[in-house]
Design a protein around this ligand. Structure first.
Ligand code: AMP
Ligand code: MG
Length: 487
């Protein structure tokens, strides 16, 4: 375990120079105080969880103090936002404080979000509000616990600093951890500004830091692109299987590591709805739940375009072609597991699609359906669930096919089935209304609700005593929360 001042820095990205990022100091927030910290994320830096309570912790992550070896930088990038190219983006309210190596030799970027204005702030104030910081914190730690690759969150620091959104709110900072903060938009920036040397330097940096095995391949850039395609196919398969809507899949919010990145108006589905749009400024539903799959491919083709100086168009096309089939394989594998199946049959895809069609418009809670399906034998579970469906006849037909499929699968020991299914079907997920309850309490100065929710979501598959409220279906008001994207 390390004390706060014992972190080991090696700021490789900062050393790429001023064409890649700009030195900016964090602008402190007033009266910084710990809202919530993640002991699991602290362990990634070998930090003793107890140090979260120290005044130094809030001072460091509230922008008041810096390690001598930190080199805070605002990164420059661009990207496609809602399908249109925006040539000038960058860290407008976040800073890469530095890069830390832990005792296991793992590398973690420390990124402080809400750290004040930078050359890339455009009209923005450089701040993040408490509400959105809590949402990012909870989502990153919850996704991680579900086994979905994501940036991590170390802590949220609250303050008295006022910020204006639709109303007056308070500024907060969230300390984000990731092995890299390099986005698709980083490659796009150097491609569209026609700076091949810098683009090469970026490419070499990413290869060396994050894809060392690709350097051994005859075409390292192609191998890296293939790896990025594979990781994104798997990531988006996980989002779809667990009902996660990202909300703003712009290419500046897509990580080259294939991890969930930059949380805005995200949501986990309550009732299943393939057309669900969680971002209410997305009026055309470009980033609706089901569109995340083709948008994943669209974003990868935007990256491919930016990689044309390194890789032939033919090879890029062929590699892009792997995305959908790979997505299908991962998605089907996850859905089979959610249905309790241990083997594969040709018609499984249809079994999943028919179930989702029946759920659509029936008001069936997506996550609880799978949890309840594992609670009992297949026959008795479907008998209990059928009343939730509008098309009962349709459901009965599906249930009959499902039960026959389960019996062909051949694992009919009920306690084993329950254990296997509960290990992949969470009891607790980060519903919007649960996040909202935690935010309301935190805005009133009570941090116990967000801390409890974070603890619960760190162990989402196991029933925890006294937490039944969190495993219920959401109240009607909770299903229709409008999540503001001003954050
Ligand atoms: P996002 O939608 O959070 O991914 O942000 C898109 C771009 O706008 C990024 O370049 C952000 O840094 C920038 N941005 C968002 N909010 C602010 C803010 N309050 N102040 C300055 N820049 C911001
Ligand atoms: Mg962003």
């Amino acid at each position: 375990m390390k004390a706060l001042d014992e972190l080991t820095f090696d700021n490789r990205f900062a050393r790429l120079g001023d064409a890649f990022s700009t030195h900016v100091l964090p602008e402190p927030i007033s009266e910084p105080r710990l809202v919530v910290a993640s002991p699991a994320a602290m362990a990634l830096l070998d930090l003793d969880p107890a140090v979260a309570e120290s005044p130094l912790f809030a001072e460091l992550f509230g922008g008041h103090k810096l390690w001598a070896e930190a080199e805070p930088r605002a990164m420059v990038y661009s990207g496609h936002q809602f399908g249109s190219y925006n040539p000038q983006l960058g860290d407008g309210r976040g800073l890469l404080l530095g890069e830390v190596y832990n005792q296991a030799g793992e590398h973690w970027d420390l990124h402080l979000k809400g750290a004040g204005q930078t050359p890339y702030s455009r009209m923005g104030d450089g701040r993040a509000v408490l509400r959105s910081s809590i949402r990012e914190f909870l989502a990153s730690e919850a996704l991680h616990a579900l086994g979905i690759p994501t940036t991590r969150a170390l802590c949220v620091i609250g303050s008295d600093t006022p910020v204006w959104r639709e109303k007056q709110e308070r500024a907060a900072m969230v300390l984000r951890l990731a092995p890299s903060h390099i986005r698709f938009g980083h490659f796009e920036y150097f491609y569209y500004t026609k700076r091949p040397e810098q683009q090469k330097a970026l490419g070499e940096h990413v290869l060396a830091m994050h894809f060392p095995e690709c350097r051994e391949q005859p075409e390292p850039y192609l191998a890296m692109f293939r790896e990025i395609v594979e990781r994104n196919a798997e990531l988006i398969a996980k989002w779809q299987a667990y009902g996660f809507c990202h909300g703003v899949m712009n290419t500046d919010n897509m990580s080259t590591l294939g991890i969930t990145f930059d949380f805005g108006p995200f949501a986990f589905l309550d009732d299943f709805d393939a057309n669900f749009i969680c971002n209410h400024s997305d009026d055309r539903g470009r980033y609706s739940f089901s569109n995340q799959v083709p948008i994943g491919q669209w974003n990868l083709s935007a990256l491919a375009q930016a990689l044309t100086p390194f890789i032939s168009v033919e090879a890029l096309r062929e590699t892009l072609g792997l995305y959908l089939p790979l997505f299908q394989v991962h998605y089907l594998d996850l859905m089979r597991r959610r249905l309790g199946l241990t083997t594969g049959e040709d018609n499984d895809q249809a079994l999943v699609e028919q179930l989702l069609q029946l759920m659509q418009g029936s008001g069936v809670d997506y996550n609880l359906f799978f949890r309840h399906l594992g609670e009992h034998s297949a026959e008795s579970a479907v008998a209990r669930l059928r009343d939730d469906f509008v098309d009962i006849k349709g459901f009965d037909a599906w249930a009959e096919r499902y039960c026959a499929r389960v019996s062909r699968d051949g694992n009919d020991d009920q306690s084993e089935r329950r254990q296997r299914m509960h290990a992949v079907n969470p009891l607790y997920i980060l519903r919007n209304y649960l996040a909202q309850e935690a935010i309301d309490a935190a805005e009133a100065g009570d941090y116990s609700v967000v801390r409890r929710l974070h603890e619960l979501l760190s162990d989402p598959f196991n029933e925890q005593p006294g937490m039944a409220h969190f495993a219920e279906r959401p109240p009607e008001w909770g299903k229709h929360l409008e999540i503001s994207c001003s954050s």
